[in-house]
Design a protein around this ligand. Sequence first.
Ligand code: M6R
Length: 648
Amino acid sequence: MLSALWKTDLIKSKYFVTGLDNSKKTASIAGMCGIIAYVGKEKATPYLLDGLQRLEYRGYDSSGIAVLSDEGVIDLQKCAGRLQNLRQQIGEQAVAGSCGISHTRWATHGEATDNNAHPHFDQSEKLVLVHNGVIENYQKLRDDLESKGHQFRSQTDSEVLSHLIGVFYDSADGGSSEERLVAAVRESLKQVSGTYGIAVMHVDAPDFLVGARLGSPLIVGLGKGENFLASDVSAVVAHTTDAIYLNDYDLVCLKGDEFKVERIDGGVADFQVSQVEFSAEAAELGDYPHYMLKEIFEQAESVENAFRGRLSDEEASAKLGGLQMSPQELRDVDRIVLVGCGTACHAAMAGEHLIEALARIPTEVEIASEFRYRNVPMDKNTLVFVISQSGETIDSLGALREAKRKGFRVLGLVNAVGSTIARESDGGAYMHCGPEIGVAATKSFTSQFTLLTLLALLLGRMRDMSVSDGQEIIKELRALPDKIREVLKQSDRIKEIALKYIDAPGMLYLGRQFNYSTALEGALKMKEISYIFASGHASAELKHGVIALVSEELPSVFVAPKDSVFKKNLSSIEEVKARKGPVIAITTEGNDELDRLADDVIYVPETIECLNPILSVIPLQLLSYHFSVARGCDVDKPRNLAKSVTVE
Ligand code: M6R
């Protein structure tokens, strides 16, 4: 259930509707293998293929579908590659059948091949399963099953689970087929360690599906005479907006007109039916060629959504009711730990600067995957924030649970409402940036940055920040959307710069202070969608080693606004130019000091120093976007990646 704290924090926006009752949630977008299953009266295949299309951002190296035909035979089709391959394979030959399961994969165990694609049969080929997660003890289970004559068709950990359920099903005595299938799923899940979101179907139990989750998201979509299981509500909202967000250890049985949620151990489940608010157009490409470009261009609005309703002119401060902490509790905080992965971690690094500069509270950034296994000493007045767009990143969730286990208050800065991190944290603030579908995080970064600014403002004003400083930050925040629009107008020019360097073997990104994390984020964008080497550094680190890489072929991208460290950045740029390295510089409008020095200069409007990264990161996003497109890369679905990482 959504924490009460978060509910108070919902604001009116394109994606979020005010007056939501306690059970209303907005669709989340999370990733890493996608499951969609259907049981109802219609032909299952179109529902499954449509759902897979919407889930493809979760993984896209192979896909598959299994439908129980009206003749009682499982038709299983699967293949490596994009969903288009599966569509072609199925062609016009889709079997008539109104119950089916399907999957789009991001490989963990076993390459992306036809055989490793899901669904997986059991030994008898009467049962099929799709799985999202990792079965950690699969090798032992597989060895045991093989010693009993089982033959595996794939190298996946998941196939072990289908065989295991098949074994328990075949050996169960008494009860209906449906009862036996449920019992077999329960028994099998007792044997596995790891994470799973599963959907299971058996020929003996037509028009009946079983699902269960532990560590991997799974929702139930409740339609009229039809029900769904899916990794994410985005797969079902075209058909229903009534959804149940399953909790870990929940098991669900579905028929077309019935559903039952229990605990895997047979106990009573605590669940509720939520009304999902989803703007279909928010998840559509519209006139944009790629989601990434659309999401970059949404930032004027998404940044505004992050601060809308959260600024108090009267107090010259921010209002973050979702934190659910009294002013005194906030004043008592004497240390903050910010946790996240990838782009969220870069936002956390920016947040460290913001909170320390504006609120003077010692703040540290922890990479979530490191934090969860490190015994970080923290005193009792430490406040932990987990930052995550998807709210499902397993390392971030692990960090959240570890901090909670130790008794710390853990708050979330999350985009996906109803996601696991949102539900498990003690409170927090939503980003309200709408669905982010491109694998490269763009608008979520600027929204995270905006939220962290609000947090720093709130904490600062409770300490020694003056009214006038608070007012200045508020004024500049409000001015950001128009300034973002100004930056976006330069997309074509940035494209020209990208084309100029199209043969570059790599790029260096350099920035200081507030823009050190901007440099890291720019480098991450470039490498993840263009597959060239790119690394970000604090500008002054150049002379401590990085400068050895500088050459006529390797461009350096400097984030060098006219701020308190501009002269220092200028010296670093001089050092690169002295070694004939090409320089692309991002600086402040009206600053002509780089014209004579840099090869290409991109100007962003003036703002206060601490907010500059929101403007400066946008040219970096556009640079990587245009570079990637020009090199023929798949911008929205770069190789080897998925939108969010729900396996360790
Ligand atoms: O959903 P999250 O914010 O928790 O995801 C964290 C990272 O996986 C994510 O930011 C990743 O680094 C992006 N692909 C970067 O563009």
